[in-house]
Design a protein around this ligand. Structure first.
Ligand code: SF4
Ligand code: SF4
Length: 108
């Protein structure tokens, strides 16, 4: 499946309502550095506490889209994006991922 996977650059995986993109300390450090922000500013302005209160996560816009998704469906922090984003769908999927991601469906 994953060898044949072709991303359609649709951005649907970055627009999941109530989606959670956790960020580790290392991810916070690298994204903050990339954005030219201090880690403290990045945490204060760009993250919020995850619903289970076990980690920080990236903030989303009111419609559920990640704040780093551009109008052209590109990731503004692509080179330093969190591992969760980098590894989908090659290393993990959810039961409903094929409904979200057209690249996981068989039709070209
Ligand atoms: S960080 Fe980038 S890849 Fe991850 S959800 Fe946001 S826009 Fe998508
Ligand atoms: S939903 Fe799938 S096809 Fe669309 S951008 Fe995300 S990984 Fe690519």
């Amino acid at each position: 499946m994953t060898q044949a996977f072709q991303c359609r650059r649709c951005g649907a995986c970055c627009r999941i309502k109530d989606g959670i993109v956790r960020v580790s300390e290392a991810e916070i450090a690298r994204i903050a550095a990339y954005l030219g922000m201090s880690e403290a500013d990045f945490i204060a302005r760009e993250t919020e506490i995850a619903p289970d209160r076990k980690s920080l996560m990236l903030k989303s816009l009111p419609d559920g889209a990640c704040a780093y998704l551009t109008a052209g469906n590109l990731c503004r922090i692509n080179s330093v994006k969190p591992d969760k984003c980098r590894t989908f769908p090659f290393e993990w999927t959810n039961a409903d991922s094929a409904q979200t991601c057209p690249g996981l469906r068989s039709t070209p």
